[in-house]
Design a protein around this ligand. Structure first.
Ligand SMILES: *[C@@H]1O[C@H](CO)[C@@H](O)[C@H](O)[C@H]1NC(C)=O
Length: 240
């Protein structure tokens, strides 16, 4: 009995820790819907309480949302939080929950990225680079630095997948120059690599193209543009 109580107390403590890191809220637009697509991670059975699903989601870095079926006692875990009912399959008993990281302010539009442990924000509005920088700064973040190939790939996948409906044409990334070299917002210098579109960086003689956009029609490859051009932008907030 004593052992059971101690185990229960430890379990409670652990659940509380989980609850602080990942907050999961029910999405009532997705009742009686389940998903079986590329974002499906795994399924767990004999789950007696939704709270157990929260903990399992917490333990898996890829998990962003989950569904619980109180009839069949199954949990299904997913790697995306962007869902609408038509994407799913109608099956009774499912309730769906979207989880967020305590440090990513979803009301502000930030989503958690488990791979880099950052929160990412895509602006709706188009604006100049300086305004974009101010916007991100006001949200305790900065324009995203794509200083590794893995991070370039991550943003490409995000912009052509989960966020594709929100992108109109091109987005500022956090790469600028005053003179050479190109420098990322996080202070790192752009090496020889980069994801430039062919013949870029290039600027007509009568312009000064010290900022960089990733373009949808170029498969998110980069072009340098004038910093006073208008574009959407992506902010990142490091929470590690
Ligand atoms: C940033 O915050 C300041 C102070 O609240 C505000 O005046 C400014 O308009 C904000 N900038 C942007 C681009 O939202």
């Amino acid at each position: 009995m004593v052992r059971y109580v101690v185990a229960l107390i430890i379990f409670r403590l652990l659940s509380n820790i989980s609850a602080r890191e990942r907050l999961c809220e029910r999405d009532n637009t997705l009742n009686d819907i389940t998903f079986d697509d590329g974002y499906f991670l795994f399924e767990a059975s004999n789950i007696l309480s939704k709270l157990r699903c929260v903990n399992l989601c917490q333990d898996n870095h890829a998990c962003v949302s989950f569904g619980y079926n109180r009839v069949t006692l199954n949990c299904r875990f997913y790697s995306t939080g962007f869902r609408s009912a038509p994407d799913g399959i109608v099956e009774s008993g499912w309730t769906n929950y979207k989880c967020r990281h305590k440090d990513c302010n979803e009301k502000d539009g930030f989503v958690y990225n488990y791979q880099f442990n950052i929160c990412i924000y895509l602006s709706i509005e188009l604006t100049t680079y300086e305004k974009a920088r101010e916007h991100c700064g006001n949200k305790s973040s900065q324009i995203i630095s794509l200083d590794t190939n893995a991070k370039i790939d991550m943003l490409d996948v995000l912009l052509s997948g989960e966020l594709s409906a929100l992108v109109t044409d091109h987005v500022f990334i956090g790469l600028t120059k005053v003179a050479l070299p190109w420098i990322w917002e996080n202070g790192n210098i752009l090496g020889l690599s980069g994801n430039w579109y062919m013949f870029q960086p290039y600027c007509p003689l009568y312009l000064i193209c010290n900022c960089v956009v990733a373009k949808q029609i170029r498969d998110w490859q980069w072009e340098n543009v004038e910093c006073d051009d208008s574009a959407q932008f992506v902010c990142e907030k490091d929470i590690s």
